[in-house]
Design a protein around this ligand. Structure first.
Ligand code: NAD
Ligand code: IPM
Ligand code: MN
Length: 352
């Protein structure tokens, strides 16, 4: 039987709660008997920091490297530890394992309400492909004359031709497998070096993909258009920071952050890929047992798909859809089920 080594990294706050539910679903879907997941849980996160003075052990990347996939809950305890300390290891994982394609689908399921008036499931079905290895997230900069009135900080984004080309090609291929439409989002009217390079690389590539219809927006117009015309978007490609911002928006368009899955993919499979919800540790609801586990569970389904277990992935997605179609939901969706009770409904709908 095929078996896969999974590292589960639940992290902090609701990250722990939604990871526990995802592992229950992943356990149940193995009952089909086709494959086995060997799950290793790592205790890294803000509690680990309080005990060891670091968010992760020194050799955490070496520990992760041999696994087939990483499942991450969420990290962050912003009331107690500054976010730029807690989140650095997460960004390092994405960069060191060259998980350059961050895939964030936003699909409104029947039975779930979008905050957009007059829009329904047929209007909201898009995927944001976020460049995940460079751009605004490179660790490049410094602070000078610290603590003096003349203090200044420099933070430089880095956009490489190779990095832009590979993420655009990834987007073109995904558009080809979907509705044949690609939108690139930049801010090349003001960021005159990096994003002009994005424009030029897009122009050079589009001739190779004659069947794909291409649109381009600056980020300001894009956020407006996503709200008024979500149906015009199929595959969206954006830089690291813009992709981050856009996917909280597309998450809420599809019902909420509790529904928004994310995959950090190394397409060449040289390194493990990582699967996690778009959302964070949600300190405002952590510990109450009311987090919506859907984003994490759908991220788990995408992990199964990436591992080659398409049938199991579809089974999980269908169980989630059936649960919404039956009208169930957690409080963020206006429902009355807690995290575990909602997962129980999904498990009840799971056909393996
Ligand atoms: P957040 O995503 O944690 O929460 C934003 C809002 O959405 C909150 O009101 C929260 O209750 C709600 N929400 C999020 N997920 C939900 C779910 N599954 N079910 C129901 N409601 C949900 O963003 P934030 O509050 O800005 O960040 C909190 C912490 O998480 C910070 O430390 C931040 O840096 C960190 N963070 C981590 C990740 C990650 O680990 N991948 C992602 C984003 C934010
Ligand atoms: C996300 C998160 C992270 C990001 C933070 C926590 C560093 O917001 O995955 O969307 O900006 O990538
Ligand atoms: Mn984000």
């Amino acid at each position: 039987m095929q078996s896969y080594r999974i590292t589960a990294y639940p992290g902090d706050g609701i990250g722990q709660e939604v990871t526990a539910e995802t592992l229950r679903v992943l356990d149940a879907v193995q009952d089909g008997g086709d494959f086995r997941l060997e799950v290793t849980r790592v205790p890294w996160g803000s509690d680990y920091y309080r005990r060891h003075g670091a968010m992760v052990p020194d050799d955490y990347l070496e520990q992760l490297a041999p696994c087939d996939a990483i499942f991450l809950g969420a990290i962050g305890d912003p009331a107690r530890i500054p976010d730029h300390l807690t989140l650095t290891p997460l960004i390092r994982i994405r960069q060191r394992f060259d998980q350059y394609a961050c895939v964030r689908p936003a699909r409104l399921f029947p039975g779930v309400r979008t905050p957009l008036a007059g829009k329904g499931p047929e209007d909201i079905d898009l995927v944001v492909i976020r460049e995940n290895s460079e751009g605004e997230y490179v660790d490049n900069g410094g602070r000078f004359r610290v603590g003096t009135p003349d203090e200044f900080a420099v933070q430089t984004a880095l956009h490489t031709r190779k990095g832009i080309e590979r993420i655009l090609r990834f987007g073109f291929r995904m558009a080809g497998a979907r509705r044949g439409h690609l939108t690139m989002i930049t801010k090349s009217n003001a960021q005159r070096y990096g994003f002009v390079l994005w424009d030029q690389v897009l122009e050079q590539l589009r001739a190779e993909y004659p069947d794909i219809e291409v649109a381009k927006y600056h980020i300001d117009a894009a956020v407006m258009n996503l709200v008024r015309w979500p149906e015009r978007f199929d595959v969206v490609v954006a830089s690291n920071l813009f992709g981050d911002i856009l996917t909280d928006l597309t998450g809420i368009l599809a019902g909420g952050l509790g529904q928004a899955p994310s995959s950090n993919i190394n397409p060449e499979r040289r390194f493990p890929s990582m699967f996690e919800p778009v959302h964070g540790s949600a300190p405002d609801i952590a510990g109450q047992g009311i987090a919506n586990p859907t984003a994490a569970i759908l991220s788990g389904a995408n992990m199964l798909r990436w591992l080659g277990e398409e049938r199991a992935a579809v089974a999980v997605e269908q169980a989630v859809e059936a649960t919404f179609a039956q009208g169930h939901g957690t409080p963020d969706l206006g429902g009355d089920l807690n995290t575990q009770a909602f997962t129980n409904r999904i498990l009840g709908n799971l056909q393996v």
